[in-house]
Design a protein around this ligand. Structure first.
Ligand SMILES: Cc1ncc(COP(=O)(O)O)c(C=O)c1O
Length: 369
């Protein structure tokens, strides 16, 4: 009843993917060849951004953007703590310091008031950039964050790892900020069969620097203009992503239809709150995350019925042993710490049947706390 997403996605497009790989393999160009450049053009067109530069994964995408903007040692980057740990670990890898901002408990995205309070405080000194995460596929509150960023003269960046196809007033995530980082981890809305990532931007000079940095700092072969890294999108993954990109719009429609079905099936239930979309936003529904004060009992009941629910994430970044000492919290993160106890991700992907969604909703309706 609950097929796995990455394998199902491969099986549904197996012949096209296998054919694309065969063509790529026989061309003999295995690093930054025609597949990567074609994918970069096609994905830039999808997001509406002027440039797309493929990199090895989403974590590198964030790091390379920061390096390209000279945001490193001595600089701070404001990040929500309610996100994948990669959002903050990439900041550290670029040499900069993470400072956490609380979230808005309704949409799980960065709270603009909390950002303004940080930038107004002593700990806000040295903040050069804000990494707004479009968590679960719901875009961050862009106009408000932009206002705050403009007021304090900081750059606004997007973490789009969960937001392929999300929109704000008709504008695609990935074309909103100074630059955006995408992940193509296999479970993402657009997933490779392995690791992959990309950076999108409308800034020509920044795109040029990103291209240099992703490959040893080379502008010309064997001549490094700046310090770089090795973070290239693989030709095989690019060939696969080109096939999958052609299906993304239909997959987003399927995700949105299933999300509406969940919302109808859960309406009026006093024990759970379905996800809320801010007006003007097109949610990409990478994940369908409900909240419940009885989360642990509900989770146990659903797992008992073999419904693959999960926690994204069981702890905020500042609560995790590897980061708690590295990134001290300077202001209360009360909304973050509250939602972490209440959230539960229900199964959602384009190949889930309506029967499966109805079964999950019935199971939740029959739950007695
Ligand atoms: C919000 C967010 N940012 C960054 C990343 C990092 O992407 P990757 O796993 O491709 O390095 C992820 C992936 O899990 C993510 O969900």
């Amino acid at each position: 009843m609950f097929p796995g997403y990455p394998i199902e996605d491969y099986l549904r497009h197996q012949s096209e993917i296998d054919a694309a790989l065969k063509t790529m393999l026989t061309k003999g160009s295995y690093i930054l060849g025609g597949e990567v450049s074609a994918f970069e053009e096609e994905f830039a067109a999808f997001t509406g951004a002027r440039h797309c530069i493929g990199v090895a994964n989403g974590t590198d995408a964030i790091e390379v953007i920061l390096r390209a903007m000279d945001i490193g040692k001595g600089c701070k980057v404001a990040v929500p703590s309610h996100t994948a740990v990669a959002s903050a670990s990439a900041v550290g890898r670029a040499g900069a310091e993470t400072v956490f901002v609380d979230i808005d408990a309704e949409t799980f995205t960065m709270c603009p008031d909390s950002l303004a309070a940080l930038l107004e405080s002593e700990n806000g000194e040295g903040v050069r950039a804000v990494l707004a995460v479009h968590i679960y596929g719901h875009p961050a509150h862009w106009s408000r964050l932009q206002e705050v960023a403009d007021t304090y003269g900081v750059l606004l960046l997007e973490d789009c790892a969960q937001a392929h196809g999300a929109m704000v007033n008709g504008q695609m995530a990935g074309s909103l900020g100074v630059a955006a980082a995408f992940s193509f981890y296999p479970t993402k809305n657009l997933g490779a069969i392995g690791d992959g990532g990309a950076i999108t931007t409308n800034d020509d000079a920044l795109a040029e620097r990103v291209r240099c940095i992703r490959q040893y700092g080379w502008r010309k072969r064997y001549i490094s203009d700046c310090e770089g890294v090795n973070s290239r999108l693989d030709e095989m993954q690019a060939a696969i992503l080109r096939v999958k990109l052609r299906t993304l719009t239909d997959q987003l429609s399927a995700r949105r239809a299933l999300a509406s079905r969940y919302a109808a099936g859960l309406a009026g239930n006093g024990f759970v709150q379905a996800p809320i979309s801010r007006s003007g936003v097109d949610h990409a529904y990478h994940l369908y995350v409900i909240k419940s004060p009885h989360r642990d009992a509900l989770m146990a009941e659903l797992l008992g019925k073999e419904i693959p629910v999960a926690l994204h994430y069981p702890a905020a970044i500042h609560q995790q042993p590897g980061y708690a000492h590295l990134i001290p919290v300077s202001a209360p993160l009360s909304a973050t710490e509250k939602v972490v106890r209440d959230i539960l991700s229900l199964p959602l992907h384009p190949y889930l049947s309506t029967d499966a969604v109805d079964f999950v909703c019935e199971s939740i309706r029959s739950f007695v706390p």
